[in-house]
Design a binder for this molecule. Structure first.
Ligand code: SF4
Ligand code: SF4
Length: 239
């Protein structure tokens, strides 16, 4: 049994979880909730929430404040006086599991930050790295915020799946950084943000003719790089 399967999910209770635009679109689809029901903006003056992972956004009502778009947290139903992600399905504590066993109620649609924890990407060597997980996820040393019962080892993660998740997370964060740059050039009110994100992602896919028009407009003559597809009849099968 994996470590997470018998855990109270301290990670889902401790952290402000940044979400990117793809997470927002996917979570709206999967949860049938609106952006306003699961997302919030957290002021991040010291850059601690963003780390190297999430972009900062500015909004017209508070242009000087840098915010990170995150999942909302709610009051825990089983560990009084503590918080957790609203998608956490909390199990009742019992003698064997004094903090209960909790599970993600949004597993298939969960954000990239949740998918990759506790791994990160070593840009230089293009390899996944396991973080050293601290004992607590918050300064407040409440048992609810205890993290993994032991350090993760290589055998705990699937080397294929983890590399794929990190690669996707990296792409989406980079794309979201570009979106933040565009938004921050002329910050608009917070209530316009979800509509803006939906528009961007609705137009993320281009056709060949869109690209040709773009190239013509920017006077570039080279063709876009793509995967060269051969007609089946020209492919020789080696068995
Ligand atoms: S979305 Fe799921 S995995 Fe992520 S913090 Fe919430 S409950 Fe945990
Ligand atoms: S705290 Fe660690 S063991 Fe527990 S659910 Fe989160 S990642 Fe898994």
């Amino acid at each position: 049994m994996g470590m997470c399967e018998s855990c109270h999910a301290g990670c889902c209770r401790s952290y402000a979880i940044p979400i990117n635009g793809a997470d927002i679109i996917r979570m709206e689809r999967e949860s049938k909730l609106t952006f306003w029901e699961f997302a919030c903006r957290w002021a991040d003056p010291q850059g601690e929430i963003a780390g190297n992972y999430a972009p900062h956004f500015h909004f017209q009502d508070e242009p000087e404040t840098q915010f990170v778009i995150c999942l909302k947290q709610i009051e825990s139903k089983v560990l009084p006086g503590t918080q957790c992600c609203q998608f956490l399905q909390e199990g009742e504590p019992d003698a064997e599991h004094p903090l209960g066993i909790s599970r993600c109620g949004m597993y298939l649609g969960r954000p990239a930050a949740c998918r990759v924890f506790p791994t990160k990407y070593d840009v230089e060597h293009e390899l996944p790295i396991l973080h050293t997980v601290p004992k607590y996820g918050r300064e407040e040393q409440n048992p609810a915020y205890q993290l993994c019962p032991r350090q993760w080892v290589k055998e705990d993660v699937d080397p294929i799946a983890v590399a794929h998740e990190l690669m996707i997370a990296r792409y989406e964060v980079s794309f979201f950084n570009h979106i933040a740059e565009a938004w921050n050039r002329s910050p608009k009110p917070w209530d316009m943000f979800p509509g803006f994100i939906r528009d961007v992602y609705a137009n993320r896919i281009s056709t060949q003719s869109d690209i040709e028009l773009l190239h013509a407009a920017t006077s570039k003559t080279e063709t876009p790089s793509t995967i060269s597809m051969q007609q089946p009849s020209t492919i020789k099968m080696h068995q």
